[in-house]
Design a protein around this ligand. Structure first.
Ligand code: FES
Length: 111
């Protein structure tokens, strides 16, 4: 595990998320009251791009089949509905979350 400098802290507005590619891994980082949280950017159901998902408080909604994930922990807060589950025979699983820290105004993620 190494710390990677991703951006300046001011690059992610409060209450928003942004997607980054860190050494080939897609991560979304969100800012809540100047605390930063990092989780996988690809949905665990079928790879939907969570960086393009809508947010609702600290939840992101997958743009593909609408599973919802906690941006602070990566945990599924609402799984896909029965129709999509029957169609795809698969459910969303909790995503990985990653440690973050700030050094000299730089936001860093441990991967
Ligand atoms: S790909 Fe995200 S809910 Fe299906």
């Amino acid at each position: 595990m190494t710390w990677n400098t991703v951006c300046k802290t001011g690059d992610i507005e409060n209450g928003k998320l942004k997607e980054f590619d860190i050494n080939g891994k897609k991560i979304v980082i969100s800012n809540f009251d100047n605390k930063y949280y990092a989780i996988d950017a690809l949905c665990s159901h079928m790879g939907g791009d969570l960086g393009k998902g809508k947010t609702n408080d600290n939840t992101v909604i997958c743009p593909k089949h609408h599973a919802q994930f906690d941006l602070k922990t990566g945990k599924v807060t609402k799984n896909i509905n029965g129709f999509f589950k029957a169609m795809t025979r698969k459910e969303a699983k909790d995503l990985n979350s990653y440690n973050t820290k700030i050094e000299d105004g730089n936001l860093m993620v441990e991967l």
